[in-house]
Ligand binder design. Structure first.
Ligand code: BES
Ligand code: MN
Ligand code: ZN
Length: 493
C-alpha cells in the first residue's frame, strides 16, 4: 500500500477520513465537508451514537452533492497520543481495506497540537494494519473481509514536509515488522534453517554483514546443545550472525539473540497432534531479531548491533536425541535431556554463550517462544521479561509502554535454579511443571556468563488469533517496534 503526505485539502473523489473530537466537535476539515455535502456529516452524527470518542468511527456512504465514495468520521477523544494516533490509522485501514474504495485521504487537523507527528503516526498505523499474508490463497484472498481494494493512503496535514520527515524512519521500522511477519507466517516446509539463513543474507543489501555457521563450524565450536536438537531432522542446523555497524568503531555492540526452531514437533517427547501446526512459528524469536536488524539498518541507526539466531528443526527420527542423553554445551557445562520438547533453551544456551564469548557485548537481549507456561501466566497482553540487570529491565519496560509492545518482569532466584539440578550432569533441561517459564529462564541464565542480559518469553505474543488495530491476525512481528525504540532511546548517539 502506498503511503504519502499532502496539504490538508479535501479530495474530490475516493474516500475521505476527517477527525471529530470528543463531544461531537468537528475538525475544520469535517466542518468544510459538512458544508460541501449540505449537512450530511452533522445529520449522520445526529442519527448515530458517534460522539468522537477514541476508537469510534462512523461511515457515510456516497454523500449527495459529491463524488466521494465514502466519508469516515474518526474520533480522537479530547486528545489522542502516539499509540492512539497509530490505532486511528489502523482502524481506518481496517474499515476501508476491503471496502471497495481504492484510495483514501485522511485529514489530520485536530486532536493534538503536534499535527505533523500525529500525521506520521496515523500513517504508520495505517501501514502496519495493511499487512496481509495471502500469497498461498490462490482462489480467494479472504482474510476476514475479502480481497483488499485500498491501494493508497494520503495523509493531509498542514506541515506535510515535517510529517514526511518524521515518517521516514517509521516506514523502515514497518519494513522490519513486515519482514518478521512474512518469515513467521511461512510454513515449515518453506522456512527451515537453510532457507531462513538465506533470508538473513538478504539483509546484506542494506549493509548488514551476515555470516552463516553450518553444522561443521558449530561442531568445531562445541555447540552440542544446539546440534543435539537438530540431529533428528533431515534439515541441517545453522547459526547466523548479523552485524550492523552504525556506531563508533570503538563502541561495544549491543546484542540480540533469537530462538529459531523452524518447526517444533517436540522431538521424541512428541507433542500432541491438535495444534501442532502452530509450531511453525516457533522461530518467532529469530524472526523478530531478523526484522529488527532490517529496521535498524533501514533507518541507519547510529549504534553497533549484532543479531544472532540459532536455527534448528526439532524432529523425531532414528537419529533424534533421546530423553536421558547428556550433551556438552559450548560453555563446557553438561546437560541431561529430560524432555526433548524443552529444546529452545538448548539452542539459546549455545548461541548466548557464543555471543558473549565472541562479541563481549554491552548486553544481550534474547527473544524466544520458549514456554507454554508464560501464556498461562500472562496471556497475550505482555511478554514475560526476565533480567539480571534492573536498568535494562526498566528501559525495556518503558519502551514497551511507549510502543504498546508490553513486557512484564518476572522473577529469577537461586531457589528456582535448584529445580534444574541433575544427578547425572551439571543440569537437566526441565524443572518440572511449577514455574515452568522461570526455570526455563534460570536455565538460560547459566549461559550468559554474568553479561547484563534480558530474556523475553514471547510465546504468547508472536502470533495472534484476533486482529488489533495495527496488528492483523497471524504473525504479529512483536518485538521489532519494542526493541527499535529501546535502542533509539538508550543506545544511539
Ligand atoms: N515452543 C514451545 C513453547 C510454546 C508452547 C510456544 C506453546 C508457543 C505455544 C517449547 O519448545 C516447548 O515445547 N516448551 C515446553 C516446555 C516443557 C517441555 C518443559 C512447554 O512449554 O510445554
Ligand atoms: Mn518444544
Ligand atoms: Zn519450541
Amino acid at each position: 500500500m502506498k503511503i504519502s503526505f499532502a496539504e490538508p485539502v479535501l479530495p474530490a473523489k475516493g474516500a475521505v477520513v476527517v477527525l471529530v473530537e470528543e463531544g461531537k466537535k468537528l475538525s475544520s476539515a469535517a466542518k468544510e465537508l459538512d458544508k460541501q455535502t449540505k449537512g450530511a456529516v452533522t445529520r449522520a452524527i445526529g442519527a448515530s451514537k458517534f460522539e468522537g470518542k477514541k476508537g469510534q468511527t462512523l461511515e457515510i456512504l456516497a454523500p449527495a452533492g459529491s463524488d466521494l465514495d465514502r466519508i469516515l468520521l474518526a474520533g480522537t477523544g479530547k486528545e489522542f497520543d502516539e499509540l492512539e494516533q497509530q490505532a486511528l490509522g489502523g482502524n481506518l485501514v481496517g474499515k476501508l481495506l476491503s471496502s471497495g474504495s481504492t484510495e483514501v485521504t485522511a485529514i489530520v487537523d485536530a486532536g493534538t497540537k503536534d499535527l505533523a507527528t500525529a500525521a506520521a503516526n496515523v500513517a504508520l498505523g495505517a501501514r502496519l494494519a495493511s499487512y496481509r499474508f495471502d500469497k498461498y490463497q490462490t482462489k480467494q484472498k479472504d482474510n476476514d473481509n475479502g480481497k483488499p481494494t485500498l491501494k493508497s493512503v494520503t495523509v493531509g496535514v498542514a506541515d506535510s514536509a515535517a510529517a514526511r520527515k518524521t515518517y521516514g524512519p517509521m516506514d523502515k521500522i514497518a519494513d522490519g515488522v513486515f519482514f518478521t511477519r512474512d518469515l513467521v507466517s511461512e510454513p515449515g516446509n518453506v522456512i527451515y534453517p537453510e532457507t531462513l539463513a538465506a533470508q538473513c543474507k538478504e539483509l546484506t543489501k542494506l549493509g548488514v554483514k551476515v555470516e552463516i555457521l553450518d553444522e561443521k563450524a558449530m561442531a568445531k565450536l562445541g555447540m552440542h546443545a544446539l546440534l543435539g536438537v537438530g540431529q533428528g531432522s533431515e534439515r541441517e542446523s545453522r547459526t547466523v550472525v548479523m552485524s550492523w555497524d552504525g556506531g563508533a568503531k570503538s563502541d561495544q555492540p549491543v546484542a540480540f539473540v533469537g530462538k529459531g526452531v523452524t518447526f517444533d514437533s517436540g522431538g521424541i517427547s512428541l507433542k500432541p497432534g491438535p495444534g501442532m501446526e502452530e509450531m511453525k512459528w516457533d522461530m518467532g524469536g529469530s524472526g523478530t531479531v531478523i526484522g529488527l536488524m532490517k529496521a535498524l539498518a533501514g533507518r541507519k541507526a547510529k549504534v553497533n548491533v549484532v543479531g544472532l539466531v540459532g536455527l534448528v528443526e526439532n524432529m523425531p527420527d532414528g537419529k533424534a536425541q533421546r530423553p536421558g542423553d547428556i550433551v556438552t554445551s559450548m560453555s563446557g557445562q553438561t546437560i541431561e535431556i529430560h524432555n526433548t520438547d524443552a529444546e529452545g533453551r538448548l539452542v539459546l544456551a549455545d548461541v548466548l554463550w557464543y555471543c558473549q564469548d565472541r562479541f563481549k557485548p554491552q548486553f544481550m537481549v534474547d527473544l524466544a517462544t520458549l514456554t507454554g507456561a508464560i501464556i498461562i501466566g500472562l496471556g497475550h497482553e505482555y511478554a514475560g521479561m526476565f533480567a539480571n540487570d534492573d536498568k535494562l529491565s526498566d528501559q525495556l519496560f518503558a519502551a514497551g509502554t511507549a510502543t504498546g509492545e508490553k513486557v512484564w518482569r518476572m522473577p529469577l532466584h537461586d531457589n528456582y535454579d535448584k529445580k534444574i539440578k541433575s544427578d547425572a550432569a551439571d543440569m537437566k533441561n526441565i524443572g518440572g511443571r511449577d514455574a515452568g517459564s522461570i526455570t526455563a529462564a534460570q536455565f538460560l541464565q547459566r549461559f550468559v556468563n554474568k553479561t547484563p542480559w534480558v530474556h523475553l518469553d514471547i510465546a504468547g505474543m508472536a502470533w495472534s488469533k484476533e486482529a488489533k488495530p495495527t496488528v492483523p491476525k497471524g504473525a504479529t512481528g512483536f518485538g521489532v517496534r519494542l526493541l527499535d525504540r529501546f535502542v533509539a532511546d538508550n543506545y544511539e548517539k
